[in-house]
Design a protein around this ligand. Structure first.
Ligand code: ADP
Length: 334
């Protein structure tokens, strides 16, 4: 696995928690989103109410979990965190909902993977603050209504398109988190280098920001690898030479693309004449799970203009041929 696709996984990363901003003012970038959230949080706090339910949409590593924690902190509220695949039976969800306290935050990651029966329970919980609980079986079964405290559900997803519209419509606040620009990433790298205590030159900050794929999680992870290179093969300071050398060794180019990114583009060109090729076929051809292909690789390749999603499948653009130095004989309808 490449260093970038490892960033797709997130478990057990203690430094990640160390670097997680705790307050809205420390959350870099996404200015419009922060301004709006700040208003909604202030209004709810002044009315002494739970914040409306929040839906966070964006690729992995852009700060969804971080924002959920920040919202709870700013609301002075407790937070319970889980992810949809961890909720198997209705009683798993009911167990959490009946145990949360008034005005607290309940965060469900990967909410597009929630099972239908649980989703239905969640609709009622979100709208009426109660759940229907069936006791007994067969003709003797009866339904009990259990009241719940007012709470804020924060649902996060990388795939908004896979969330059913009844669920979607029950969120009062929707936040789209976009890839970060180089300035914003520079701010994140500077803040993180201060926390982990690494010296980094201003030029190196900008260069690293360019290589970070618009993603704070990647910026932070690359910073840690560069710190290793600086300590072992350099002078301990992360400078431009260390960034160049480190990126070369990690197989990452100056656009932030890694070997698998280039492999994906090259495969579409060489095996499928530039596309279109279906997502499942592509996933097998490049040996990447379709989830990480769709959630992690494609969004950035699309944003950078190397790849297009069409109704018939994925297609590369002329820019992809140029990147790989392959002559493009096809007429591209861009
Ligand atoms: P997601 O839940 O979207 O996958 P996370 O919230 O776990 O992403 O963020 C990944 C890492 O990136 C965290 O360690 C956090 O420190 C950092 N991060 C994300 N967004 C920001 C931001 N806007 N400012 C500073 N750090 C950020």
């Amino acid at each position: 696995n490449s260093v970038l696709s490892m960033t797709f996984q997130r478990q057990g990363d203690e430094t990640e928690n160390l670097l997680r901003p705790q307050r809205l003012k420390d959350f870099q970038g996404q200015q419009k989103l922060k301004d709006n959230l700040s208003v909604f949080i202030t209004a709810a706090r002044e009315r002494n109410e739970a914040l409306d339910h929040v839906f966070l949409i964006g690729p992995p590593g852009l700060g969804k979990t971080t924002l959920a924690t920040i919202i709870a902190n700013e609301m002075n509220a407790e937070i319970r965190m889980t992810s949809a695949p961890a909720l198997d039976k209705p009683k798993d969800l009911a167990g959490i909902l009946t145990n949360i306290s008034e005005n607290s935050v309940f965060f469900i990651d990967e909410i597009h993977r929630l099972k239908p029966a649980l989703e239905e329970m969640l609709y009622i919980a979100m709208e009426d603050y109660e759940i229907d609980w069936v006791i007994g079986q067969g003709p003797a079964a009866r339904t009990m209504r259990i009241p719940l405290p007012r709470f804020t559900l924060i649902g996060a997803t990388t795939k908004a398109g896979q969330v059913s519209s009844p669920l979607h419509s029950r969120f009062g606040i929707t936040c789209h988190i976009d890839f970060y620009n180089e300035n914003e990433l520079s701010g994140i790298i500077l803040r993180s280098s201060g926390i982990v205590g690494t010296e980094i030159t201003p030029d190196a900050v900008s260069l690293l920001a360019r290589c970070s794929r618009g993603t704070p999680r990647i910026a932070n992870r690359l910073l840690r690898r560069l710190r290793d290179f600086a300590d072992v093969i350099g002078t301990g300071i992360v400078d431009v030479d260390i960034v160049h050398e480190g990126m070369k060794r990690l197989g990452i180019d100056l656009n932030g693309l890694d070997e698998q990114d280039r492999n994906i583009l090259r495969t579409i060109i060489e095996f499928y004449d530039g596309g279109p090729v279906g997502a499942d076929t592509l996933s097998i051809s490049v040996g990447e799970a379709s989830e990480s292909l769709e959630d992690f690789y494609e969004p950035y390749l699309i944003q950078k203009g190397y790849l297009k999603r069409t109704p018939r499948g994925r297609m590369v653009t002329r820019k992809a041929y140029e990147l790989l130095g392959i002559p493009c004989e096809r007429k591209m309808d861009e």
